[in-house]
Design a protein around this ligand. Sequence first.
Ligand SMILES: NC(=O)c1ccc[n+]([C@@H]2O[C@H](COP(=O)([O-])OP(=O)(O)OC[C@H]3O[C@@H](n4cnc5c(N)ncnc54)[C@H](O)[C@@H]3O)[C@@H](O)[C@H]2O)c1
Length: 205
Amino acid sequence: MAPDTARRRAAVVGLGARARLFAQALAGPYADRFELAGFCDVNSRRMTVHNAWIADARPGRPPVPAYAAEDFDEMLRRDRVDLVVVCTVDRSHDDYIVRALEAGCDVVTEKPMTTDADRARRILETQRRTGREVRVAFNYRYNPAHSAVRELIADGAIGEVGSVHFEWLLDLRHGADYFRRWHRDKANSGGLMVHKSTHHFDLVN
Ligand SMILES: NC(=O)c1ccc[n+]([C@@H]2O[C@H](COP(=O)([O-])OP(=O)(O)OC[C@H]3O[C@@H](n4cnc5c(N)ncnc54)[C@H](O)[C@@H]3O)[C@@H](O)[C@H]2O)c1
């Protein structure tokens, strides 16, 4: 891992909707701590669009080097990447996480970490063996309402918790999205109980 004083070199793989949050943060408010060192996607147009957004927000910044998916390992080596942010479709998370760990990088991955138990075991085994870090982006935790509930329970407001009944309602816009795009296919997402409810199991835990 780079010393605290050095900027870490971060790459983003999967430049879709979700990656915008990470790419803009790394190129903007966190630019004093991170160098956005590489983009990687199966679709070059996606990377061009992300570079255009960054250029609009930060005129004069050189474009982030863009790599095809088959050049992922080459990107890690050539651009001396030490942190990989995984924002691809869920079915490919394990492959990128494992390759990044094997190359000596730490990883921040979008949820779900992966889609089935075998893939999860492979990630955990590689993480233990390499000693690198894997963090999963459970942003729901930081919703102020969820944090407040957690604080109340931890403060004993309702006494000892004996059981949890958890329900989550999806509205027509956000909820319908899960049946329109790639997530609707279990092979891509592990199904709604994995793809979406990973947030919910995390909240209950
Ligand atoms: N934390 C949250 O609340 C939250 C919200 C939305 C999405 N997500 C997660 O973010 C990830 C991306 O979702 P999205 O909505 O941005 O999807 P998206 O379809 O907009 O983007 C996915 C990107 O990955 C690329 N891609 C697909 N297969 C690839 C491969 N094998 N190698 C390289 N690139 C590949 C696609 O070309 C696309 O650019 C998913 O894992 C999803 O579960 C998390």
